[in-house]
Every structure is written in structure tokens, then in C-alpha cells.
Write a protein that binds this ligand. Structure first.
Ligand code: NAD
Length: 348
């Protein structure tokens, strides 16, 4: 039988959840609650039941799962209330704004015995899955450095996202996804964090950032989010011991260059502005294989499928407490590094 979900928050992401749930083979929608009466009216116009308040929603015994899709500063209170009411909870990212606040939520989840997870839905993005596949297959050798970028050109959205008290800023908005993805690819202890942030369009929150993560074995990751980039750099760029890979943008396939032989007999120099160079000349097909990889298959409904299987004890939750806590630790370290303008030595 389908699990019955209620969604708190019927804005951009809450309404996305209702559409997902309505199209799902494993969950059903019992209704929504939004603090804004206009949003409740909109839901009803869309044929969705709107609860009068949180209390009424939580008192509905037919609801077994609550999805929290409200601005970031409201997550903790609603998550804890829903857990205490005996509901399973899916919380939108970023789960919270500090490790201390997250720990209160985790304690409530532990106490309730209910399933609590976070909607890290970008684990199902095909660009990320392609990069993960290239690294984990070992086809171009051990990873040296991975770069993950998202670039926009419209500044930070002018809603709650541009205000600090609501948990605005790009580290919490996009950083949380990109850090989570990197930690799924590199399963190693982080020993250093260095972050710089930008304030091009607003002083209140970070409207972009550059974050370097240093791992125990010497591997590195570089994450960059920009909202004032009128030309974009590749979504992913990967350097491995035996080749490179990149994805130009979300929609494109991964391009891979695999080294066949290190030594070259003849190198054709390339012309630069100041003269010729062999060092920077591209390799030819005698020493390099270049190919594209097919986009991995991915189904966004798998998030809810996994969630239901985990509730029934048939699978482990795809997004685990220790993983979301680690991402939160990295974000805290990133803010601290940017504040102190220095690399922080960490053990995360
Ligand atoms: P939004 O501003 O579009 O919608 C938020 C809604 O919450 C509004 O309708 C508002 O009236 C309502 N609300 C505010 N406080 C409330 C409260 N106390 N109780 C009930 N309703 C309340 O914002 P959004 O873009 O939908 O973002 C909501 C959450 O979803 C954020 O945490 C955001 O980070 C997350 N999000 C996740 C993704 C993703 O890809 N996983 C994408 C977008 C947003």
C-alpha cells in the first residue's frame, strides 16, 4: 500500500513534491499546509487538500510521512514536531544551518524511532552519476582532483534566499548539493578546508563561493558556485592519474580522455601568441583515447522508492544521518574558513 504523505510548505519546492507524490508508484498525497493562505487557496484550486494548520496535519492519523519544504530557518521546529507526532519525516536540504541544530533533530529522530532523512535529490543527477561512474570504474586511474561548478548570471534570488536569518546564501542553497555529491565520490577523511565567498550583488549573504577540500590521501576537490557568471565553465572537470574527463553542462555526456602511452615520438608544437610550445600542445590518438560515455540511467522517483523501502525495513536509507551531518560540518568549516580568510585544518 502507498504511504500517505503531507507536505508542509507549498512554494516552489513543496509544489514540486506534490507533483512527484501524485505521480509516484509508492507514495500518495494527503494534503499540504502553508502558512500563507494564498498558497492554501492555490493548492485547493489544484485539487489538493489544504490543512488549516500544522496541528491538524499532524493529528491526521492517515498521514505517515511529512515532507518539510519551507525556508531553511523553519526546518528544525517542524521536523521535531512531526517526529514527536510519530510521523516519518523527509526534510528539504539544507537540513539545517548548524551541526548543533542538526544534532537536536537527530536526537528527536532517534527518540521517535521514525525514519528521518533529507532530500539530497541531486544524488540522482545524471551529470554527477556519470562523474561518479568514471571515478569508481577506475578507467582513467586514481583521482587526483575533481572540480564541480555551477554558474548562473542573475545574482541570488530576491526571496528569503538573500537574507541571512532565513538561511540564505549559496553555500546553504547549492553548496549543500555539490558538497554532498563530492563526498559520495571521494569516501575519505577531509583534512583541510579553504573557502572564499563573494558579495557581488548583496552584502548580506554569500552570492557565490569557491571551496577547496583536501582529503587524507592528497586527493582534492574544488567546488565553485557563482551567480554573476555570464559565461559558464564546465559543470565537472576531473583529473586522474591516467586521464581526464569533463562534462560541459548538465545536458551533455561526459567526455573522457584516457592515456594509452606516456611517451610520444613526435610532438607537433602548437602556436601561441608569444611563439610555439610543445609542453602545451594537445596529444594525438597514438597516445590518447578520447570517447564519450552514455548518460547513466536515473529515475528521480527512486528517492521516494528508497524512502518507502527504508521505512519498511527492506533497504537502508539512501541519505544517511552521518552523511548529512558530515556535509553540515563541511559547510560550517567553509563559513569559518571564509571568515578567517585561511585554510582550516580539520578532521571531517
Ligand atoms: P519558497 O519560498 O518557494 O516556498 C516556501 C513556502 O513555505 C512558501 O509558500 C511559504 O509561505 C511557506 N512557509 C514559510 N514558513 C512556513 C511555515 N512556518 N509553515 C508552513 N509554511 C511556511 O521556497 P522553496 O524554493 O520552495 O524552498 C523551500 C525549501 O526547499 C528550502 O529549504 C530550499 O532549500 C528547499 N529546496 C530544495 C530544492 C532541491 O532541489 N532539493 C530546490 C529548491 C528548494
Amino acid at each position: 500500500m502507498k504511504k500517505n504523505c503531507a507536505v508542509i510548505g507549498y512554494g516552489g519546492q513543496g509544489s514540486w513534491h506534490t507533483r512527484q507524490i501524485l505521480a509516484s508508484d509508492v507514495v500518495a498525497l494527503s494534503g499540504i499546509y502553508d502558512i500563507d493562505p494564498n498558497k492554501s487557496r492555490l493548492a485547493e484550486k489544484n485539487g489538493i487538500h489544504a490543512y488549516k494548520n500544522v496541528k491538524e496535519l499532524l493529528a491526521d492519523s492517515s498521514v505517515d510521512t511529512v515532507v518539510i519544504a519551507v525556508p531553511n530557518d523553519c526546518h528544525k521546529e517542524l521536523v521535531i514536531k512531526a517526529l514527536e507526532a510519530g510521523k516519518n519525516v523527509i526534510c528539504e536540504k539544507p537540513v539545517e544551518m548548524s551541526v548543533a541544530a542538526l544534532d537536536e533533530m537527530l536526537a528527536a529522530a532517534h527518540e521517535s524511532g521514525k525514519l528521518f532523512t533529507v532530500h539530497q535529490n541531486r544524488r540522482w543527477d545524471v551529470d554527477f552519476l556519470a562523474m561518479k561512474q568514471v571515478v569508481q570504474s577506475g578507467e582513467i586511474g586514481e583521482l587526483i582532483n575533481i572540480e564541480s561548478r555551477v554558474h548562473g548570471s542573475r545574482g541570488i534570488p530576491s526571496d528569503w534566499r538573500c537574507h541571512k536569518p532565513y538561511g540564505g546564501g549559496m553555500i546553504l542553497d547549492w553548496g549543500v548539493h555539490l558538497i554532498d555529491q563530492i563526498l559520495q565520490i571521494i569516501k575519505e577523511k577531509i583534512v583541510g578546508v579553504y573557502c572564499t565567498i563573494t558579495h557581488i550583488t548583496t552584502d548580506e549573504v554569500d552570492d557565490g563561493f569557491s571551496l577547496s577540500l583536501y582529503f587524507e590521501s592528497g586527493k582534492t576537490a574544488y567546488i565553485e558556485v557563482g551567480t554573476y557568471n555570464f559565461l559558464s565553465m564546465p559543470r565537472f572537470y576531473l583529473q586522474c592519474k591516467n586521464g581526464s574527463a569533463k562534462i560541459e553542462n548538465w545536458q551533455e555526456k561526459a567526455q573522457v580522455a584516457r592515456l594509452k602511452a606516456w611517451n610520444e615520438k613526435d610532438v607537433l608544437p602548437v602556436q601561441t601568441a608569444a611563439g610555439i610550445t610543445k609542453t602545451m600542445a594537445p596529444r594525438d590518438e597514438i597516445t590518447l583515447d578520447t570517447y564519450e560515455i552514455e548518460k547513466p540511467l536515473s529515475d528521480v522517483h527512486d528517492f521516494y522508492r528508497n524512502f518507502c523501502a527504508a521505512v519498511d525495513g527492506k533497504d537502508e536509507s539512501a541519505v544517511k544521518h552521518e552523511e548529512v551531518r558530515r556535509v553540515m560540518q563541511v559547510m560550517e568549516a567553509a563559513f569559518a574558513s571564509a571568515d578567517h580568510q585561511q585554510r582550516l585544518e580539520v578532521s571531517i
